[in-house]
Ligand binder design. Structure first.
Ligand code: OAD
Length: 250
């Protein structure tokens, strides 16, 4: 089911004229692939305390607990598959530039690789990636599909100094300059499956509005920043994202 705002007719016309599109995704887009969101009932942050597993202090205090937590998550995501929402965004990413040279950038807060496995090419992981490790000795970020609990040597410098390449609370998200540049050069900002609870990602819609972009929210329920969007469409990502992409590609 998709609920549309009364502004829809004007906005749909405007969307068809959009050239560059920045799409922010969150845990909701991967929910129907079987990956837990963070803040829903029974979500990850109800099962684990952020302070225990997702801060640099937690890692310093109890590295085994933190490494085991991410080892389990890394193993689990490799058993999941992209859903129709990932596939639709990948289609948009591939086909939109052929229209009139417009660009699509998918900025994801997700640390899974389902956008890429769905076929998307232009994906920026602002909160890191499960399938990378980060070597604290040489600063390399080798691809990593196995475990870290056993303190394996870094494939680049051989030091046993690998941590998950995840942006923890209190750390700075990746590639923010690039993200702000892309928003500044875009016509349309779309947010999919994110609660709008974590900054700076949650503030991107406000930046977009201030720069004069059209803004669209696709989510199961209204996010915390919902008032900043020109239009909100509610429903499961696997339904409303393909419908929106079909509409845009015509
Ligand atoms: P949240 O768990 O905070 O929010 C998930 C959003 O997805 C909610 O608004 C849900 O309503 C929506 N949702 C759930 N199922 C959906 C579905 N099938 N279709 C569409 N929407 C659905 O997750 P994020 O907003 O991604 O950071 O969380 C942001 C950051 O907080 C994460 O990247 C993570 C977390 O702490 C780090 O770990 C650094």
């Amino acid at each position: 089911m998709a609920l549309l705002t009364p502004f829809l007719p004007c906005f749909m016309v405007a969307m068809k004229r959009s050239r560059n599109i920045v799409i922010l995704t969150g845990a909701g887009i991967s929910a129907e692939s079987g990956i837990d969101t963070f803040r829903s009932a029974g979500g990850l942050w109800e099962q684990h305390r952020v302070e225990d597993v997702a801060t640099p202090e937690a890692f310093a205090r109890d590295p085994d607990l933190v490494l085991r937590f991410y080892d389990m998550r890394r193993e689990a995501i490799q058993t999941k598959e992209p859903n129709p929402a990932h596939l639709a965004l990948a289609r948009l990413d591939r086909e939109w530039p052929k229209r009139d040279g417009g660009q699509v950038l998918i900025v994801t807060q997700n640390v899974d690789d389902l956008h890429e496995r769905g076929g998307a090419l232009n994906v920026l992981h602002m909160h890191g990636e499960h399938l990378n490790a980060w070597c604290l000795a040489c600063d390399s970020r080798p691809r990593w599909t196995g475990t870290l609990i056993d303190r394996p040597p870094c494939p680049v410098c051989s030091e046993p100094a690998l941590r998950p390449d995840i942006v923890w609370f209190g750390e700075v998200p990746y590639r923010m300059d690039e993200i702000y540049e892309a928003v500044a050069a875009a016509d349309l900002f779309v947010s999919i499956g994110t609660s709008g609870a974590v900054y700076p990602a949650a503030g991107l819609v406000r930046t977009a509005r201030e720069l004069g972009l059209q803004t669209l929210e696709l989510n199961l329920e209204r996010s915390q920043g919902s008032a900043w969007f020109d239009e909100t469409r509610l429903g499961p990502a696997s339904e409303i994202v393909p419908a929106w992409v079909d509409e845009l590609l015509g």
